[in-house]
Design a protein around this ligand. Structure first.
Ligand code: GLU
Length: 282
């Protein structure tokens, strides 16, 4: 009946903090207003950083906040093979390449690019014989999306638009022209982790029928990249609402490292869910 489906998609790499509560409450409020649904999705493909105790804490903290969700919850680590198949599809179409560069080499390549540090990384496939030799030698590599190949496949990026129903960091609102160049040749699969964030998010938003992506403005740039992936994979584009980021007294935004702002710490200090909702404007 309802056409409105949004999601809250935390990564269990730390305890939820005030910023997460704001994000979750924003999504739930929007869904309630639209007579829609909120899906909870656990984004735990980065096994090097995710921990089961953080996932358990997500359920506990959201329950404390008074939020409910449908079950089963989609956990990305259960679907790694599916993301791998999507990646192979892109690769077979010549849209990706193996990148053997280390983090430092990528940073150096960006710095020495003609436009300096503002330019995101753009690389190129290695000559086939060198690539084969390095794969054979067991050198680790990441899979990157080739913007050049994507541009050729789509005949340019000008048809890539998305609707911003809230506001981007520079006041973007309404129909936004996607500029995937902002992200450069993004990593689709990391050396250590397998499939990376963008691919999994785009695949899941489509699979789960998400009509509205509600998340923080820190992910606005990611939307430009994700819009490109949707086009390459012939997936629908949801509407986007990027909400403001909460900042602490020092003007800096909350991060998982700010232990004192975690929901469990606030709870331990005697804060009630009503107090927090009130403080966050819900
Ligand atoms: N898992 C991401 C995070 O914790 C959010 C991804 C998204 O909302 O698209 O920041």
């Amino acid at each position: 009946m309802s056409a409105f489906v949004t999601r809250f998609a935390p990564s269990p790499t730390g305890f939820l903090h005030r910023g997460h509560a704001f994000s979750a409450l924003t999504a739930y409020q929007a869904a309630r207003g639209a007579g829609g649904r909120v899906l909870l999705r656990i984004e735990d493909i980065d096994r090097t950083r995710c921990r089961p105790e953080y996932e358990a804490a997500i359920y506990e903290d959201l329950t404390w906040l008074g939020l409910e969700w449908e079950r089963p919850v989609r956990r990305q680590s259960d679907h790694v093979a599916d993301y791998g198949a999507t990646l192979r599809d892109l690769s077979e179409r010549g849209l990706t390449y193996r990148c053997f560069r280390t983090r430092r080499e990528v940073a150096e390549a960006i710095e020495s690019a003609p436009h300096g540090a503002l330019e995101a990384f753009r690389g190129a496939p290695l000559p086939p014989d060198e690539e084969a030799r390095r794969v054979e030698a067991g050198e680790p590599y990441a899979w990157r999306l080739s913007l050049d190949a994507a541009e050729r496949a789509l005949g340019g990026f000008s048809a890539l638009t998305f609707v911003e129903e809230a506001e981007g960091p520079d006041g973007e609102h309404g129909l936004v022209q996607a500029r995937p160049q902002l992200g450069g040749d993004v990593v689709l699969a990391r050396k250590d982790v397998g499939v990376a964030y963008h691919l999994a998010v785009v695949a899941d938003d489509a699979l789960q029928g998400v009509t509205h992506v509600i998340r923080g403005r820190d992910l606005f740039e990611a939307t430009h990249v994700q819009r490109l992936l949707q086009a390459l994979l012939a997936l629908p584009t949801p509407a986007y609402r990027h909400h403001r980021l909460l900042t602490g007294p020092d003007g800096k935004r909350f991060a998982k490292r700010d232990g004192a702002q975690t929901l469990r710490e606030l709870r331990a200090k005697g804060m009630t869910p009503q107090d927090l909702r009130g403080e966050l404007g819900f």
